[in-house]
Design a protein. Structure first.
Length: 99
């Protein structure tokens, strides 16, 4: 069975440490599983996953999609968030589809 995990960054933070723990546990549970990790950016996570025997692929994300996450929405009012989401969705829709 092939399992694909997707991650936005190649850096290692708390979520990525949890992901590495999950990958290691799955590898230990069933060595025959084909574990794959798709990343939107290169970084130390690639080597750490490969060390666990996980196939990795970095597919750089277009710049207009990188700033679309929830970080851009922090400390904004409800209407500002709604407006920003509508604006960004309209601008990034085609890029997201191509990606």
């Amino acid at each position: 069975m092939r399992i694909l995990f997707l991650n936005i960054t190649g850096q290692v933070g708390g979520a990525e440490r949890s992901l590495l723990d999950l990958l290691a546990s799955l590898r230990q549970l069933d060595p025959a599983l084909e574990l794959c990790l798709g990343l939107a950016a290169d970084g130390p996570l690639v080597a750490l996953a490969q060390k666990l025997g996980v196939a990795t692929q970095v597919l750089p994300m277009p710049a207009e999609l990188l700033g679309f996450g929830d970080t851009a929405l922090r400390s904004r009012g409800r209407w500002a968030v709604a407006s920003l989401l509508l604006d960004r969705t309209a601008k990034t829709g085609f890029s997201l589809r191509r990606y």
